[in-house]
Design a binder for this molecule. Structure first.
Ligand SMILES: *[C@@H]1O[C@H](CO)[C@@H](O)[C@H](O)[C@H]1NC(C)=O
Ligand SMILES: *[C@@H]1O[C@H](CO)[C@@H](O)[C@H](O)[C@H]1NC(C)=O
Ligand SMILES: [Zn+2]
Length: 419
């Protein structure tokens, strides 16, 4: 059973005490930041020192604790303690087998766990671990951009809003999940909480721009079963390679959706194998394919793909895997942000509900999974201002037309999140 359990009262009390002694002064540093627009000109990276900035200190701690997917326990525990020290109520939700000690973290001011707005990101990272390093105004290390930059900036944004009494209990909470980079089991488990929000602000590297959307994903395997024979006597066999090539040719000539916002769908035949030797008619052939769908109607696209690939040939088997979701059109009704369209997958479709969906964060996806992963200090600071603005605007009821797109439920928990 997966249930949320509150962290023990004694821990919470310790947290309050230390918040009183050191938390408040340390926020003075962060609050000096003048305005969203002026940031880049007023602050040069070299003037910001990690040790005097709660934001950079938090970011550093998060990166220094390795947290490759499946091994998020240590960073989750550290972050839960940190949030308790900041006078938030912290709950942990077990994900998967309790023996693995993997937990999501929900944190909120006071006693009201159901808030209007949710700030969320993920605490797992892709392998391998890359140590923290500062150089020339940039911070390097695994997760610096994807997504510990978002985790740190969302946390400091909420703390500063509380400090300035711009948000109150019941307004906004933080949710940090495990497993985003592989199966999305963390966010899928969040659906069991029974909570719902008016707006959810997802943190992923979007270069500090508000994302208009991202494509959906259909992943599938093709298996062809032929009949082996001597290559001199083709009439005695059935060539699996030929059948696969024809099948892929039909696939590649399909007209897939093009969308004004999401762009064009794309097909990647990523792996392709078959046969044993030039003089043997191949008995087996297979291919692994990922289609990026630029349409919210992924079911329709899938039907057409299946039809084209099989063409009623009983020797061709098509198996759909996960992830399997349509293009996500996101909310961008907050002024003052540049926009971007993303081609990567996120946890956005994995959180069910009719909330508004914003996707925003510091850093670029282009370096996110590489060995050069980094984020600029100024971008982290700008993201704090960006998240604060998003929270305040989302709380403003005059600016709340209905959500533009309802996330279809993702049923399969075996999905591959950040493909
Ligand atoms: C801690 O949080 C509680 C509940 O939101 C609040 O009443 C109290 O003033 C906070 N204490 C400090 C030191 O911020
Ligand atoms: C989408 O494909 C069309 C051709 O079908 C092409 O003209 C257009 O430039 C493509 N758009 C993008 C964004 O790649
Ligand atoms: Zn990510």
């Amino acid at each position: 059973m997966r249930t949320f359990t509150s962290v023990t009262l004694s821990l919470a009390v310790i947290g309050h005490a230390s918040a009183l002694s050191f938390n408040i002064p340390s926020f003075q540093d962060a609050i000096q930041i003048p305005s969203f627009a002026q940031l880049k000109t007023l602050l040069t990276a070299s003037t910001i020192s990690s040790s005097s900035s709660p934001l950079l200190q938090l970011h550093k701690n998060l990166i220094e604790i390795p947290s490759i997917t499946q091994e998020e326990q240590q960073v989750a525990q550290w972050l839960a303690n940190y949030l308790l020290e900041q006078n938030l109520t912290v709950e942990t939700q077990v994900v998967g087998d309790p023996a693995n000690h993997r937990t999501n973290i929900l944190a909120y001011p006071g006693k009201t766990r159901q808030t209007k707005i949710l700030l969320t990101s993920h605490i797992d990272v892709v392998p391998p671990f890359i140590p923290y390093r500062e150089s020339g105004g940039k911070i390097y290390g695994r997760g610096s951009s994807d997504a510990k930059g978002s985790v740190a900036a969302q946390t400091i944004a909420l703390l500063e809003l509380l400090q300035k009494k711009e948000v109150a209990e019941g307004d906004a909470s933080l949710l940090f999940v495990v497993g985003e980079e592989t199966t999305a089991d963390g966010m899928l488990t969040v659906n069991e909480l029974g909570l719902e929000w008016e707006a959810v602000i997802f943190g992923e590297p979007t270069e500090g721009k508000l994302s208009k959307g991202h494509k959906g994903i259909i992943l599938f395997d093709i298996e062809v079963h032929g009949k082996a024979a001597h290559s001199g006597y083709p009439e005695l066999g059935k060539n699996a390679n030929h059948m696969l090539v024809e099948s892929l040719s039909r696939l590649l000539s399909l007209e897939l959706p093009q969308d004004e916002i999401l762009g064009n769908s794309s097909i990647n035949v990523g792996k392709f194998e078959g046969g044993v030797a030039g003089n043997v008619i191949p008995e087996k052939a297979s291919a692994h394919v990922v289609v990026r769908v630029a349409s919210s109607d992924h079911e329709d696209v899938w039907e057409r793909i299946e039809e084209a690939v099989k063409a009623d040939n009983p020797d061709i088997k098509v198996t759909r895997g996960t992830p399997f979701y349509g293009g996500q059109v996101l909310d961008v009704d907050v002024e003052g942000f540049d926009t971007i369209v993303c081609s990567y997958g996120t946890d956005v479709p994995n959180l069910h509900g009719n909330h508004k969906r914003y996707l925003y964060g510091p850093g670029s996806i282009l370096v996110a999974h590489g060995d050069n992963e980094h984020v600029a200090k100024t971008d982290l600071i700008e993201a704090v201002a960006g998240y604060k603005k998003l929270v305040k605007e989302a709380l403003n009821p005059t600016k709340r037309p209905p959500a533009i797109y309802r996330a279809p439920p993702v049923q399969d928990t075996e999905s591959k999140g950040d493909l």
